[in-house]
Design a binder for this molecule. Sequence first.
Ligand code: AHG
Ligand code: MN
Ligand code: MN
Length: 353
Amino acid sequence: MRTKTTFTRFIIEDLRKLPEATGEFTLLLNAIVTACKEIADDVNRGQLINVLGSAKTENIQGETQKKLDVISNDVILRSLEWSGHLGGMASEEMEEAYPIPSRYPKGKYLLVFDPLDGSSNTEVNVSIGTIFSILRCPEGIEEPTEEDFLQPGSRQVCAGYVLYGPATNLVLTTGQGVNGFTLDRDIGEFILTHRKLSIPDQTSEFAINMANQRHWEPAIKRYIDEVVAGEDGPRGRNFNTRWVASMVAEVHRILMRGGIFLYPMDSRENVQEGRLRLLYEANPMGFIIEQAGGIASTGRQRLMEVKPNRLHQRVPVIIGAKEEVERVELYHSLMDQERSDSTPPHRQEAKQA
Ligand code: AHG
Ligand code: MN
Ligand code: MN
């Protein structure tokens, strides 16, 4: 008889290989996954249960929240706060870190999450997702504050996402490769369907919001001009564009068939540091992409080495196929070199001081 590997079995067997792994981590992951199954159900029923549309409230980023943003955030808080595995949680939808209520035991991990990524797509029945990242709660900290969450992505214990698309997929890394699961709704379990995902070094597919072109830095303009020029330009071959406006869906496509995704910084107000948030969007996706053999960069630095300075910090994101991301990094360094060469020497000294 063919045995399906359920998510629970996979993590128990996988984590057994790690000497420091405890049952606590397995239980935490299971609780996160149960919360995402509940969100998947809400997303799936949508208008039938009146969960689509605007909540008419604003989050800390000044974005109007969708009903599903608020519901998904609540589902995750309620599903995790009692578990005893967490010291605290933080999310896109909450201004401050969420402390574990005093009636519940505390645990040694911190959870940061984007409860619903791509929520502009909820009404149009296009794929959306949940992104999460697990960090260690600093030793001896009972009541973590914002400071305790400000860890670089390289310190993540685990990162994952759940994609609510035609099928519901869970993709996860604990630092030993990336594995993908598909929700079998008949039995209510995620089944291992994609072992050890890997991203090809080369690609002819890119994802960027072209409407922002006039706001980009020269390095991004150069890269995109060259790929758009196709076989008539310096790249000598044709490229293809995709833009879903749900990062989870873009990353999933890159894991399945390759590609590069860019959300660079640009000159618009609010996007001068980038659009995507470091702690709960860029870092978890960066960890997954690197574990699948791709590169995750800001254009100037490895994403996972950026030292966060606040919970909702934004960052430029350039991730995916190794050769393409390296090329974008090269264009950034050439641009920066050119800028510093054209800066008068007295100004350069001032800059360095
Ligand atoms: P969120 O729905 O959590 O705010 O995130 C949406 C993000 C990301 O998923 C997507 O890549 C990007 O915003 C789309 O932004 P534009 O609307 O600027 O294209
Ligand atoms: Mn998001
Ligand atoms: Mn979101």
